[in-house]
Design a protein. Structure first.
Length: 489
């Protein structure tokens, strides 16, 4: 990105219009104060280069969440930071990604070819206790292409997270909106809006002024293409005196750390993460006598797994997590916390294939690779396998038996992946439950995670005890299929 600004320097006049077409700065320095009539507002911001990014490798122990699909249907490529040390940051990023996913789905028609959804991210700054990110979202559909981005700064020592908007005081936000609108208009963009219209739009829309980079001395506001009518993101640098006046106290503190090049305090290494805050204890119960039930979650670990662990901790309820090997590979810390907190981990294959459709050697490889990931991340050798889609054949069961593993199916299907609805997931969990039931859910869906506290409470109100898989069915018998405590063969 920065090259755009550099090469035009000797040819400013000639290439000015070209540079504008790419939304780059006409001049890398602020325009001189105009000798304008006193009634005119002095510009207090100007088009600038997009903020520099540091690359995610700049910070150690940063775990990217990654998800991609090359199946038929939309091309999904989602990557964003997972930081176990800063739950407030995680909640903010998760909410943004979820909102963008919903928006993408709303644009999408059935069976639309060439549609794509991408989330990408980069580090903007790391200094003192502060870590700044930009998270970008691209939706490509027949109806519309949409490019959008936010920035977020977090104080990881105090778990305080600031959106771009939080970097300004209330008065500051109004001044900045006006200055930005004026700079965009001066540069010939703004889709015919007046400065008043444009600045009130920046103030009113939920993500207006949500993408702000701090430079150490000031701030750069980045606008989405839909804001300006420019093909690319457009950066507006605030003049120093405006930045000084408009930035909030926390933003000044971040700028000071950046300007002083204060070393970043660092993220906790996986060994330092405190799993005890998620710990649960197993109930003392005899499931031959009591009405027991096991909660199982497939397809993680993922963006909502820690939130689920918090709910399970608060309710002191055990669960079983059937993890996909490639997700464990990307999020080993979370797999480790799941085990350390006291939950059971099972194998849900490496790449989630239909096992009956692949050769026996491949079945074995899918399971072995996942076992290795789980053992490396969580120190657990699991005897439990949940075949994707519940699909097994005698040949598949033979592979499991050979590995000393059992298949865990279910007798209560919440269809949470389909309904994505807290009330419906809860209703289905409770409607079919019996003593000895195994309930199927997925911790990669926010609705399933958010439904969990209510499901636990309702099950307990009905007299059920929530237990681990081993408490429910006993030690795993290799080659056996478990549908519930009372249905295993
Ligand atoms: Ni699955």
């Amino acid at each position: 990105m920065p090259e755009k600004g550099k090469f035009i320097r000797p040819f400013t006049m000639v290439l000015a219009s070209l540079a504008l077409a790419a939304c780059s700065p006409v001049s890398p320095t602020p325009p001189a104060t105009p000798t304008a009539p006193i009634s005119m507002v002095t510009p207090r911001a100007h088009v600038a280069q997009l903020p520099a990014r540091e690359g995610i490798e700049a910070v150690e122990y940063l775990t990217p969440y990654q998800e991609s699909s090359t199946d038929a249907g939309p091309k999904i490529n989602v990557a964003y930071p997972v930081i176990t040390a800063a739950p407030s940051l995680q909640a903010y990023i998760n909410a943004y990604v979820q909102g963008q996913r919903t928006y993408f789905r709303s644009l999408l028609n059935a069976n639309e070819p060439n549609s794509a959804f991408t989330i990408s991210w980069d580090i903007l700054a790391h200094a003192g206790p502060y870590l700044g990110f930009v998270v970008e979202s691209n939706s490509t559909t027949l109806a519309q292409n949409s490019h959008h981005a936010i920035s977020v700064f977090t104080d990881i020592e105090h778990d305080v997270t600031l959106s771009g908007q939080d970097l300004f005081t209330d008065d500051g936000r109004r001044m900045v909106a006006r200055a930005v609108a004026s700079a965009v208009q001066t540069a010939g963009y703004g889709a015919g809006k007046t400065i008043d219209q444009f600045s009130s739009q920046l103030l009113e829309q939920p993500n207006g002024l949500a993408n702000v980079a701090l430079t150490g001395t000031g701030a750069v506001v980045v606008l989405d293409p839909s804001d300006t009518g420019c093909a690319d993101f457009m950066a507006i640098a605030l003049d120093d005196d405006l930045a000084n006046e408009a930035l909030s106290e926390p933003a000044h503190a971040i700028n000071e750390a950046i300007a002083n090049k204060t070393p970043f305090v660092g993220l906790p290494s996986p060994e330092q993460i405190n799993a005890s805050e998620y710990a649960i204890s197993l109930p003392e119960v005899d499931c031959a006598v009591a009405a027991c039930v096991a909660l199982t979650y497939d397809d993680g670990p993922g963006e909502y797994t820690l939130e689920l662990l918090r709910y399970l901790h608060e309710a002191n309820a055990p669960a079983t997590f059937f993890m996909v090997g490639r997700s464990v590979h990307h999020l080993p810390d979370i797999a480790g916390i799941v085990a350390e907190a006291g939950h059971t981990i099972g194998n849900h294959t490496y790449s989630h294939p239909q096992l009956p459709k692949i050769a026996s050697a491949e079945v074995n490889a899918e399971l072995a690779r996942t076992d290795a990931e789980i053992e490396a991340a969580a120190g657990v050798k699991t005897p439990w396998v949940r075949p994707p889609y519940g699909a097994v054949t005698p040949a598949v069961m033979k592979e499991l038996a050979g590995r000393g593993q059992a298949a865990v199916l279910w007798d209560v299907d919440t269809e949470d992946w389909k309904n994505r609805n807290i009330a419906e997931t809860t209703r289905r969990a409770l409607a079919a439950v019996q003593p000895g039931s195994i309930i199927l859910m997925h911790d990669i869906h926010e609705s399933s995670v958010k439904a969990t506290p209510g499901i636990i409470k309702a099950l307990r109100d009905k007299g059920f005890t929530i237990v681990s898989l081993e408490q429910l069915v006993g030690q795993a018998k290799p080659g056996v299929k478990y549908f519930s405590r009372n249905n295993a063969h």
